[in-house]
Write a protein that binds this ligand. Sequence first.
Ligand SMILES: [Zn+2]
Length: 343
Amino acid sequence: MPGVERYSRQLLFRPLGPEGQKRLAAGGALIVGCGALGSHVADLLARSGVGELRLVDRDFVEESNLHRQSLFRESDAARGLPKAIAAADHLREVNSEIGIEGLVEQVDADNIERLAQGMTVIVDGTDNFDTRFLINDLALRNGLPWIYGACVGAYGLSATIVPGRSPCLRCLLDSHSAAAGADTCDTAGVIPPVPALIASIQATEAIKILSGSIEAVSGDLLAVDLWDNSIQRFALDRDSLAPNCPACRGGVYDYLEGEKGTRSIVLCGRNAVQIQAKRADRIDLQTLATRLEAHGDVVRNNFLLRVSFEGITLAVFNDGRAIISGTSDAVRARTIYDRYVGS
Ligand SMILES: [Zn+2]
């Protein structure tokens, strides 16, 4: 068996053993997002010997990523390398015996099916709920387990969603509006140990699934606050949570069918991109303005707020629509929207 030496300490771990290791080598993980969570997860799964890793990310490495996104180096930021490419390159030096793909794409309803092709599990390394609900829809439809993760400040969350056994993300959050206006790492900050911890939990859950120990997977939503020293578990009982969930009970996959979620349109001749967000509620511009004040002078009236930073001007309307001027790059504009407005 190849890799006996490399995986010797893992082979000694009884719940895995040689049989579990073989299954890991035969399995594949799609990691959506290569930020703090995704890069830690990718590193752990590459070292563990997962046979195929597919890393997808739309963003490039910046200096402000380096304090928590463990796979990246100053030289990646200086070169402005796409995260998926830099991550895949570094991981090939960590483990040349596995398949590693780095794809620079915005995950959406049109490509997620292809991206998940042949994969055994999906790990959430995203920073926005549109993409998470899309993953949720695809996972339910294709019967694929997926592992939700999120961090902000000193606080982190994780839950493993096994279709047919667990409640789904829409059961947990009920509707898109529950997530709207939530703080993100780009508005409220994050300390590096939090994503390292949450990613470790996600990677362990993935290893359980990939090695054939799905019965060992957590049935709880885990919430950890490392600053307040609190760890909470909420039992995820499928029958008591959202018995009328449209996705996991009704088989209606709004995000996969492209009926919900955020769309971006490049505004011709204006060096600007419009982001059209379909959201259930109005944005609280006052709250958003307070969060954005750290990045630039915010001008606000009853209809919109405007702020300039990083060479762009972001204008957000109270129905969630935004115009980002100073770029005609739809992917960059969408990234800025998710970071600073949230979805
Ligand atoms: Zn559900």
